[in-house]
Design a protein around this ligand. Structure first.
Ligand SMILES: CC(C)(COP(=O)(O)OP(=O)(O)OC[C@H]1O[C@@H](n2cnc3c(N)ncnc32)[C@H](O)[C@@H]1OP(=O)(O)O)[C@@H](O)C(=O)NCCC(=O)NCCS
Length: 159
């Protein structure tokens, strides 16, 4: 049975690092941006730990027994400027391929949205590649709508 846990800073361990590496490898195939390296995994863990310690970030982990099979990170948007409403974001969402289409991603999202709402967040944003149909469908089902277009110009040589 899949259980969802909210992680504390001391829960961030090697198994979570491996899960992040799986996400990073999969994302690198479709976006070629963040390198799926051990060094980046360590940096990511430190970054997440810092946001948890400061109460600005949250991490929900899906487990079967002791085995982590998915996670979702979210945070409260931090800015030195005055804003009209408290905004949050969903930052990473991942479920191991063999456990997909069983509602785990949805449950991780629901817990993260509930947490942000409980913290007083009034709007939640996220970015997703338009080609990532599975994630786009999941977010739409949860009520997310396009509010902005991301634009890019590249200087890459076409090969
Ligand atoms: C996106 C992701 C987290 C979804 O996790 P999941 O546990 O499979 O999602 P769920 O089973 O909760 O699916 C919920 C709904 O999302 C939609 N969905 C999920 N996967 C889908 C797919 N492959 N194709 C179409 N719709 C899909 C469906 O509407 C689904 O509801 P349904 O099963 O009742 O039809 C998972 O595919 C994943 O880890 N992908 C790689 C990482 C990634 O893309 N993360 C998001 C980056 S922005």
């Amino acid at each position: 049975m899949v259980k969802i846990y909210e992680c504390k800073p001391e829960d961030l361990d090697e198994s979570l690092k491996q899960l992040w590496l799986s996400l990073a490898r999969e994302m690198f195939k479709i976006e070629r941006f963040i390198l799926p390296s051990e060094e980046n995994a360590d940096k990511w863990i430190s970054f997440i730990r810092d946001t948890l310690v400061r109460g600005k970030g949250f991490l929900f982990l899906a487990k079967i027994g002791n085995k982590p099979i998915g996670f979702c990170t979210s945070s409260i948007f931090e800015t030195p400027l005055e804003v009209s409403e408290l905004t949050g974001s969903i930052n990473d969402l991942y479920v191991l391929p063999e456990f997909r289409r069983r509602g785990v991603g949805r449950r991780l999202m629901v817990e993260s949205l509930r947490k942000l709402k409980a913290k007083g967040v009034e709007a939640i944003r996220l970015s997703v590649l338009k080609e990532n149909k599975a994630a786009v469908r999941l977010y739409e089902k949860l009520g997310f709508k396009i509010y902005q277009y991301g634009m890019e110009k590249t200087f890459r040589k076409s090969i």
